[in-house]
Write a protein that binds this ligand. Structure first.
Ligand code: KMH
Ligand code: ZN
Length: 306
Protein backbone atom coordinates (compact mmCIF):
# COMPACT_ATOMS: atom_id res chain seq x y z
CA UNK A 1 0.00 0.00 0.00
CA UNK A 2 1.34 3.45 -0.82
CA UNK A 3 2.02 5.94 1.93
CA UNK A 4 -0.50 8.69 2.70
CA UNK A 5 0.39 12.31 2.16
CA UNK A 6 -1.26 14.13 5.04
CA UNK A 7 -1.48 17.87 4.44
CA UNK A 8 -2.44 20.32 7.16
CA UNK A 9 -4.10 23.52 5.94
CA UNK A 10 -3.23 25.63 8.94
CA UNK A 11 -5.43 28.72 8.90
CA UNK A 12 -6.73 29.49 5.39
CA UNK A 13 -8.61 32.60 4.43
CA UNK A 14 -12.17 31.41 4.93
CA UNK A 15 -12.87 31.14 8.66
CA UNK A 16 -12.85 34.30 10.75
CA UNK A 17 -11.44 34.77 14.27
CA UNK A 18 -14.86 34.94 15.95
CA UNK A 19 -15.59 31.36 14.88
CA UNK A 20 -12.88 29.71 16.97
CA UNK A 21 -10.33 30.86 19.54
CA UNK A 22 -8.01 28.15 18.21
CA UNK A 23 -7.69 29.54 14.67
CA UNK A 24 -4.04 30.64 14.35
CA UNK A 25 -3.75 34.30 13.38
CA UNK A 26 -0.37 35.74 14.30
CA UNK A 27 2.92 34.83 12.66
CA UNK A 28 4.02 32.94 15.77
CA UNK A 29 0.74 31.05 16.05
CA UNK A 30 0.89 29.98 12.39
CA UNK A 31 4.51 28.82 12.82
CA UNK A 32 3.76 26.93 16.03
CA UNK A 33 0.67 25.26 14.57
CA UNK A 34 2.62 24.23 11.45
CA UNK A 35 5.43 22.67 13.45
CA UNK A 36 3.00 20.85 15.75
CA UNK A 37 1.09 19.54 12.70
CA UNK A 38 4.38 18.30 11.23
CA UNK A 39 5.33 16.62 14.50
CA UNK A 40 1.93 14.94 14.56
CA UNK A 41 2.50 13.45 11.08
CA UNK A 42 1.68 16.05 8.43
CA UNK A 43 4.27 15.99 5.64
CA UNK A 44 2.91 19.14 3.98
CA UNK A 45 1.57 22.37 5.43
CA UNK A 46 -0.63 24.58 3.27
CA UNK A 47 -0.04 28.16 4.32
CA UNK A 48 -2.04 31.37 4.13
CA UNK A 49 -1.01 34.54 5.97
CA UNK A 50 -3.14 36.77 8.13
CA UNK A 51 -2.71 40.31 9.29
CA UNK A 52 -1.19 39.95 12.77
CA UNK A 53 -3.27 42.95 13.99
CA UNK A 54 -6.76 41.55 13.48
CA UNK A 55 -6.47 38.20 11.72
CA UNK A 56 -7.79 39.27 8.33
CA UNK A 57 -6.42 37.30 5.33
CA UNK A 58 -3.24 38.96 4.10
CA UNK A 59 -1.06 38.82 1.00
CA UNK A 60 1.84 40.67 2.60
CA UNK A 61 5.03 39.03 1.33
CA UNK A 62 6.95 39.99 4.45
CA UNK A 63 4.39 38.31 6.70
CA UNK A 64 4.61 35.19 4.52
CA UNK A 65 8.41 35.35 4.64
CA UNK A 66 8.42 35.53 8.44
CA UNK A 67 6.05 32.58 8.68
CA UNK A 68 7.97 30.39 6.23
CA UNK A 69 11.38 31.26 7.65
CA UNK A 70 10.10 30.45 11.12
CA UNK A 71 8.73 27.08 10.01
CA UNK A 72 11.90 26.17 8.13
CA UNK A 73 14.07 26.98 11.13
CA UNK A 74 12.26 24.30 13.13
CA UNK A 75 11.40 21.49 10.69
CA UNK A 76 11.75 20.26 7.10
CA UNK A 77 8.02 20.09 6.31
CA UNK A 78 7.04 20.70 2.66
CA UNK A 79 5.40 24.13 2.44
CA UNK A 80 2.59 24.72 -0.04
CA UNK A 81 1.84 28.42 -0.40
CA UNK A 82 -1.72 29.41 -1.26
CA UNK A 83 -2.34 31.44 -4.40
CA UNK A 84 -6.04 31.57 -3.58
CA UNK A 85 -5.80 35.04 -2.11
CA UNK A 86 -8.92 36.72 -0.76
CA UNK A 87 -11.81 38.94 -1.77
CA UNK A 88 -10.66 41.78 -4.01
CA UNK A 89 -7.10 40.62 -4.63
CA UNK A 90 -5.78 40.73 -8.19
CA UNK A 91 -4.24 37.60 -9.75
CA UNK A 92 -0.83 39.31 -9.76
CA UNK A 93 -1.07 39.92 -6.02
CA UNK A 94 -2.02 36.27 -5.56
CA UNK A 95 1.07 34.90 -7.35
CA UNK A 96 3.57 37.52 -6.08
CA UNK A 97 4.38 35.65 -2.87
CA UNK A 98 5.14 32.47 -4.77
CA UNK A 99 7.39 34.29 -7.26
CA UNK A 100 9.39 35.81 -4.42
CA UNK A 101 9.59 32.91 -1.97
CA UNK A 102 9.83 30.08 -4.53
CA UNK A 103 8.28 27.27 -2.44
CA UNK A 104 8.38 23.58 -3.38
CA UNK A 105 4.60 23.48 -3.83
CA UNK A 106 1.86 26.10 -4.39
CA UNK A 107 -1.87 25.86 -4.86
CA UNK A 108 -3.17 26.33 -8.39
CA UNK A 109 -6.93 26.96 -8.65
CA UNK A 110 -8.09 25.74 -12.03
CA UNK A 111 -11.24 27.65 -12.81
CA UNK A 112 -13.44 30.64 -12.09
CA UNK A 113 -16.37 30.13 -9.74
CA UNK A 114 -18.61 31.66 -7.13
CA UNK A 115 -16.90 31.33 -3.77
CA UNK A 116 -19.69 32.10 -1.34
CA UNK A 117 -18.97 32.18 2.38
CA UNK A 118 -21.92 34.38 3.41
CA UNK A 119 -23.92 31.41 4.89
CA UNK A 120 -21.31 31.40 7.68
CA UNK A 121 -22.79 34.74 8.85
CA UNK A 122 -25.74 32.97 10.43
CA UNK A 123 -23.40 30.89 12.62
CA UNK A 124 -21.72 33.86 14.29
CA UNK A 125 -23.46 35.71 17.13
CA UNK A 126 -20.80 38.22 18.10
CA UNK A 127 -18.22 39.55 15.72
CA UNK A 128 -14.90 40.43 17.28
CA UNK A 129 -14.00 42.64 14.29
CA UNK A 130 -16.17 44.54 11.82
CA UNK A 131 -14.05 43.28 8.88
CA UNK A 132 -15.26 39.73 9.49
CA UNK A 133 -18.87 40.65 8.76
CA UNK A 134 -17.95 42.84 5.75
CA UNK A 135 -15.69 40.13 4.36
CA UNK A 136 -18.27 37.33 4.59
CA UNK A 137 -21.03 39.55 3.17
CA UNK A 138 -18.84 40.56 0.22
CA UNK A 139 -18.57 36.94 -0.91
CA UNK A 140 -22.19 37.09 -2.06
CA UNK A 141 -20.87 39.12 -5.02
CA UNK A 142 -17.55 37.37 -5.38
CA UNK A 143 -16.32 35.64 -8.49
CA UNK A 144 -13.08 33.78 -7.81
CA UNK A 145 -11.37 34.68 -11.03
CA UNK A 146 -9.23 32.03 -12.67
CA UNK A 147 -9.65 32.61 -16.39
CA UNK A 148 -7.29 30.91 -18.83
CA UNK A 149 -4.98 33.92 -19.09
CA UNK A 150 -4.57 33.86 -15.29
CA UNK A 151 -4.04 30.10 -15.29
CA UNK A 152 -1.37 30.29 -17.97
CA UNK A 153 0.41 33.12 -16.17
CA UNK A 154 0.44 31.11 -12.93
CA UNK A 155 1.72 27.98 -14.75
CA UNK A 156 4.55 29.90 -16.39
CA UNK A 157 5.50 31.66 -13.16
CA UNK A 158 5.64 28.38 -11.24
CA UNK A 159 7.57 26.59 -13.97
CA UNK A 160 10.25 29.31 -14.04
CA UNK A 161 11.01 28.85 -10.35
CA UNK A 162 10.53 25.08 -10.16
CA UNK A 163 7.47 25.27 -7.91
CA UNK A 164 5.17 22.30 -8.38
CA UNK A 165 1.49 23.26 -8.75
CA UNK A 166 -0.96 21.51 -6.47
CA UNK A 167 -3.92 21.47 -8.81
CA UNK A 168 -7.11 22.47 -6.98
CA UNK A 169 -10.21 20.95 -8.58
CA UNK A 170 -13.44 22.42 -7.18
CA UNK A 171 -15.71 20.95 -9.80
CA UNK A 172 -15.72 18.53 -12.70
CA UNK A 173 -15.21 21.30 -15.29
CA UNK A 174 -11.81 22.03 -13.81
CA UNK A 175 -10.58 18.61 -14.92
CA UNK A 176 -11.39 19.75 -18.43
CA UNK A 177 -9.56 23.06 -17.88
CA UNK A 178 -6.52 21.18 -16.58
CA UNK A 179 -6.48 18.90 -19.63
CA UNK A 180 -6.65 21.98 -21.87
CA UNK A 181 -3.56 23.39 -20.13
CA UNK A 182 -1.77 20.07 -20.74
CA UNK A 183 -2.83 20.13 -24.40
CA UNK A 184 -1.39 23.64 -24.80
CA UNK A 185 1.85 22.70 -23.03
CA UNK A 186 1.34 24.73 -19.86
CA UNK A 187 1.16 21.69 -17.58
CA UNK A 188 2.76 18.28 -17.82
CA UNK A 189 0.91 15.10 -17.04
CA UNK A 190 1.94 13.39 -13.77
CA UNK A 191 -0.25 15.79 -11.84
CA UNK A 192 -0.84 16.34 -8.17
CA UNK A 193 -4.57 17.03 -7.79
CA UNK A 194 -6.41 18.30 -4.75
CA UNK A 195 -10.17 17.76 -4.98
CA UNK A 196 -11.81 20.58 -3.04
CA UNK A 197 -15.35 19.63 -2.08
CA UNK A 198 -18.22 21.38 -0.39
CA UNK A 199 -17.48 25.03 -1.21
CA UNK A 200 -20.66 26.92 -2.13
CA UNK A 201 -19.98 27.48 -5.82
CA UNK A 202 -18.17 24.16 -6.29
CA UNK A 203 -19.10 20.49 -6.23
CA UNK A 204 -20.99 19.27 -3.13
CA UNK A 205 -19.14 16.85 -0.86
CA UNK A 206 -20.52 13.33 -1.33
CA UNK A 207 -19.08 9.89 -2.00
CA UNK A 208 -20.75 9.84 -5.42
CA UNK A 209 -19.14 13.13 -6.34
CA UNK A 210 -15.71 12.06 -5.09
CA UNK A 211 -15.97 8.96 -7.28
CA UNK A 212 -17.08 11.13 -10.18
CA UNK A 213 -14.02 13.36 -9.78
CA UNK A 214 -11.70 10.38 -9.38
CA UNK A 215 -13.13 8.36 -12.28
CA UNK A 216 -13.18 11.37 -14.59
CA UNK A 217 -9.55 12.10 -13.70
CA UNK A 218 -8.64 8.48 -14.46
CA UNK A 219 -10.30 8.73 -17.86
CA UNK A 220 -8.68 12.10 -18.59
CA UNK A 221 -5.10 12.01 -17.28
CA UNK A 222 -2.35 9.47 -17.95
CA UNK A 223 -0.75 9.85 -14.57
CA UNK A 224 -1.80 11.61 -11.39
CA UNK A 225 -1.78 11.48 -7.61
CA UNK A 226 -4.66 12.97 -5.74
CA UNK A 227 -5.73 14.25 -2.37
CA UNK A 228 -9.04 15.56 -1.10
CA UNK A 229 -10.14 18.32 1.21
CA UNK A 230 -13.74 19.00 2.15
CA UNK A 231 -15.47 21.79 4.00
CA UNK A 232 -16.82 21.44 7.52
CA UNK A 233 -18.37 18.17 8.62
CA UNK A 234 -17.36 16.48 5.37
CA UNK A 235 -13.64 16.80 6.09
CA UNK A 236 -13.11 13.34 7.55
CA UNK A 237 -15.80 11.40 5.63
CA UNK A 238 -14.33 12.53 2.28
CA UNK A 239 -10.73 12.17 3.46
CA UNK A 240 -11.27 8.63 4.69
CA UNK A 241 -13.15 7.62 1.54
CA UNK A 242 -10.23 8.93 -0.46
CA UNK A 243 -7.76 6.88 1.59
CA UNK A 244 -9.75 3.77 0.70
CA UNK A 245 -9.55 4.76 -2.97
CA UNK A 246 -5.76 5.03 -2.64
CA UNK A 247 -5.52 8.82 -2.50
CA UNK A 248 -4.24 11.29 0.04
CA UNK A 249 -5.89 13.47 2.64
CA UNK A 250 -5.87 17.10 3.73
CA UNK A 251 -7.01 18.20 7.16
CA UNK A 252 -6.60 21.48 9.01
CA UNK A 253 -8.53 24.41 10.42
CA UNK A 254 -8.75 26.04 6.98
CA UNK A 255 -11.31 23.40 6.01
CA UNK A 256 -12.98 22.53 9.32
CA UNK A 257 -12.80 24.05 12.78
CA UNK A 258 -14.13 20.87 14.39
CA UNK A 259 -12.77 17.55 15.63
CA UNK A 260 -16.19 16.01 16.36
CA UNK A 261 -19.78 17.25 16.00
CA UNK A 262 -20.09 20.43 18.07
CA UNK A 263 -16.54 20.13 19.40
CA UNK A 264 -13.97 22.64 18.21
CA UNK A 265 -10.54 21.28 17.35
CA UNK A 266 -8.01 22.81 19.73
CA UNK A 267 -5.26 22.59 17.12
CA UNK A 268 -4.43 21.46 13.62
CA UNK A 269 -2.33 18.73 15.21
CA UNK A 270 -5.43 17.19 16.76
CA UNK A 271 -6.92 16.66 13.30
CA UNK A 272 -3.58 15.40 11.95
CA UNK A 273 -3.33 12.85 14.77
CA UNK A 274 -6.79 11.57 13.89
CA UNK A 275 -5.85 11.30 10.19
CA UNK A 276 -2.67 9.40 11.12
CA UNK A 277 -4.63 6.96 13.31
CA UNK A 278 -7.18 6.26 10.58
CA UNK A 279 -4.56 5.93 7.87
CA UNK A 280 -2.60 3.39 9.91
CA UNK A 281 -5.77 1.40 10.57
CA UNK A 282 -6.07 1.17 6.79
CA UNK A 283 -2.47 -0.10 6.58
CA UNK A 284 -1.16 3.09 5.10
CA UNK A 285 1.75 4.74 6.84
CA UNK A 286 1.86 8.53 6.72
CA UNK A 287 4.49 9.75 4.26
CA UNK A 288 7.36 11.80 5.65
CA UNK A 289 8.31 15.10 4.03
CA UNK A 290 11.25 13.35 2.38
CA UNK A 291 8.86 10.69 1.01
CA UNK A 292 6.65 13.44 -0.41
CA UNK A 293 9.60 15.10 -2.13
CA UNK A 294 10.23 11.82 -3.96
CA UNK A 295 6.57 10.97 -4.58
CA UNK A 296 5.81 14.38 -6.10
CA UNK A 297 9.23 15.09 -7.61
CA UNK A 298 9.72 18.31 -5.67
CA UNK A 299 12.83 20.43 -6.16
CA UNK A 300 13.93 20.20 -2.50
CA UNK A 301 13.93 22.48 0.51
CA UNK A 302 17.40 23.84 -0.33
CA UNK A 303 15.98 25.50 -3.47
CA UNK A 304 13.29 27.62 -1.79
CA UNK A 305 13.89 31.33 -1.23
CA UNK A 306 13.05 31.65 2.43
N1 KMH B 1 -9.37 27.12 0.58
C1 KMH B 1 -9.76 25.91 -0.04
C2 KMH B 1 -11.15 26.02 -0.48
C3 KMH B 1 -6.00 27.86 -2.06
O1 KMH B 1 -5.69 28.25 -0.96
O2 KMH B 1 -5.51 28.31 -3.10
C4 KMH B 1 -8.86 25.51 -1.14
C5 KMH B 1 -7.49 26.06 -1.09
C6 KMH B 1 -7.00 26.76 -2.27
O3 KMH B 1 -6.84 25.90 -0.09
ZN1 ZN C 1 -5.94 27.49 1.02
Amino acid sequence: MSKTIITAAITGGIHVPSMSPYLPLTVQEIIDESVRAYEAGAAVVHVHARDPKDGRPSSDIEVFREILTGIKARCDVVVCISTGGRVGMTPEERIATVKELKPELASFNTGSMNFALYPLLSKIDNFKYQWEKDFLEATEKLVFQNTFDVLKHFCKSMEEIGTRPEIEIYDISMINNTQQLINEGFLKDNLYLQFVMGILGGIPASVDNLLYLYNTSKKTFDDFQWSVCAAGKFQFPMGVTNLVLGGHMRVGLEDSLYIAPGELAKSNAEQVEKAVRISRELFREPATSEDVRKMLGLKGIEKVNF
